[in-house]
Design a protein around this ligand. Structure first.
Ligand code: NAD
Length: 311
């Protein structure tokens, strides 16, 4: 798949980060948002992300300058999808908006242009119904922020072509991303389903008075989180089984997990008291730091972690 130019449609949190990612990988990037002031803000954010990568020595000064000059803002969708080979749609998360955009993008581009949506929770089967060429449409779901985090979840709709998925998998691998391919659609794809399970139990532990918000977070990042940066749950437990690997782990520790599962949360909507408890708990954990300070700290550490992982 030969990509030279990428159209970013929707330039909020995710669109601006995608713009920085694609530009630093050598593509021309056109950014479009239905709200021109948000497009301007998105362009500013994308530029900041590129400059941040340079301050962290992830890219050279020349590469950063080139990337910044390769990102342009356009005033309408037609311009955004003209002479591009890939669209990374990152607009509002509703079927109404996705339908309107996919219909127009499908009509306005040759059938070999790939139409990817960043959607976290909508189904491609539903989105692609409005297109004449559903085979080139897929979900390419990033993990925030995509200019730093390698994961991309590729999710086909019922009418997505196998060749579209395999082309995009190869494409992302070539850019240093770690794509995973879902065999069928599921709300939340893989990573957010796992995060949803984790968050429910993390909240329930606090609500049951077992531990504070801060200690639940510590129990995650200071223990399992360190391993999660290197390997997933299945491989972790395979190693946890010693010489017997996963087989021994299941036989030996499976029953202990069953005891846990029997006492764990199963609710499917947040208990009403959860919001206040979480908001107060996180205030303590932040110790007066601003969100911007915390995000900056996170991103600097993420870069260092990624350098270790990529070695
Ligand atoms: N925020 C996250 O952590 C995250 C992570 C992964 C994927 N996503 C997905 O990315 C997409 C964007 O999410 P976000 O968090 O960046 O939202 P956001 O609210 O920050 O940005 C959405 C942008 O889309 C624009 N928009 C709305 N209608 C439009 C239209 N018709 N044409 C062009 N632009 C339009 C809005 O003006 C806004 O600037 C969603 O599908 C979401 O599910 C979000």
């Amino acid at each position: 798949m030969k990509v030279q130019s990428v159209g970013i449609v929707g330039t909020g949190v995710i669109g601006s980060s995608w713009a920085a990612f694609y530009a630093t990988k050598g593509f021309k990037v056109k950014m479009f948002d239905v709200d021109p002031s948000l497009c301007q803000k998105g362009l500013r954010r994308a530029t900041d992300y590129v400059e941040f990568l340079q301050t962290q020595d992830s890219i050279s000064e020349n590469a950063a300058n080139q990337a910044i000059s390769d990102i342009t803002m356009v005033n309408n969708l037609d311009e955004a999808i003209k002479d591009i080979q890939l669209v990374q749609e990152s607009a509002l998360e509703t079927y109404e908006v996705k339908h309107q955009l996919f219909k127009a993008m499908d009509a306005g581009t040759p059938p070999d242009v790939i139409l990817a949506s960043s959607s976290s929770g909508l189904l491609m089967t539903e989105i692609q119904k409005v297109t004449q060429h559903p085979e080139r449409c897929l979900i390419a779901h990033p993990f925030n922020p995509p200019h730093l985090i390698p994961l991309v979840e590729l999710v086909p709709g019922e009418r997505t072509g196998n060749h579209t998925i395999s082309k995009m998998k190869t494409f992302f691998e070539g850019l240093g991303k770690i794509p995973v391919v879902l065999k069928k659609e599921a709300p939340g794809h893989i990573a957010n389903r796992l995060a949803a399970a984790m968050w429910r139990e993390a909240t329930d532990i606090v609500l049951k008075g077992i531990a504070s918000v801060e200690d639940v977070d510590k129990a995650l990042f200071a223990g399992p989180g360190l391993r999660y940066a290197l390997m997933g749950q299945h491989l972790i437990y395979h190693l946890g089984g010693g010489e017997g690997g996963m087989e021994h782990f299941v036989d030996h520790l499976g029953p202990a997990f069953e005891q846990c599962w029997k006492t764990m949360a199963t609710w499917t909507s947040l208990p009403p008291e959860a919001k206040d408890v979480l908001v107060n708990g996180i205030k303590d954990e932040m110790r007066g730091k601003s969100l911007a300070e915390m995000a900056q700290w996170r991103d600097e550490k993420l870069i260092k972690l990624l350098q270790v992982i990529q070695e």
